[in-house]
Design a binder for this molecule. Sequence first.
Ligand code: CA
Length: 234
Amino acid sequence: MTPQPRILVVEDEPAIAELIAINLRHGGLLPVCTGDGARAQRELDAVLPDLILLDWMLPDVSGLELARRWRAHPRSKSVPILMLTARGDEPDKVAGLDAGADDYITKPFSTQELLARIRAVLRRRAPEQTCDVVAGGGLLLDGATVRVSWRGDALRLGPTEFRLLHYLMKHPERVHSRAQLLDKIWGDHVYIEERTVDVHIKRLREALGDAAVLVQTVRGAGYRFAAPTEVRIG
Ligand code: CA
């Protein structure tokens, strides 16, 4: 139901990159593979991933330096980084974590371990997106079960509409521009046009039925959820 987390894989050994990609796909994740720092940077500039799997030894730049650079940049500073390396030394592990990596995994690793570590990092970074319950205007949205109801009746929303409603309900009575919504809900996908927001708002209203009046258009400004809401941690 929730969108696939996008994982940027920066690994120059094609056999390892391929093995990782296959296993990530099996694990319900969306891998995007790049083999050097320059291509990784271009990919990052285009679409911000949910997590970066970063090899230590790359042909053009060290993974350590990339981790430092991405941590220092406002756009990428909150993207979790999991370092991949053949080195098992304690000083290297410390250097990787000092450079801003969230975790560290030593080759060779089992695919189960890799997936478990990725999931752990994703959970740590986004607890508020998955566990809370938001209520307001007769709607009840449960982030943990990905369910929405209106005055007790279950509604059927697509994953993007769910995230859109979740965001609007968590920040009610404020106007959000299309650019802000793209940034928050689509995760800074710069290739997506602003009218995409309108398409999903339309779908959201269709799914909401009588509750659609709660999602208001503010001409020339954007959209807002027009009722006070209450957030509870589930
Ligand atoms: Ca390498």
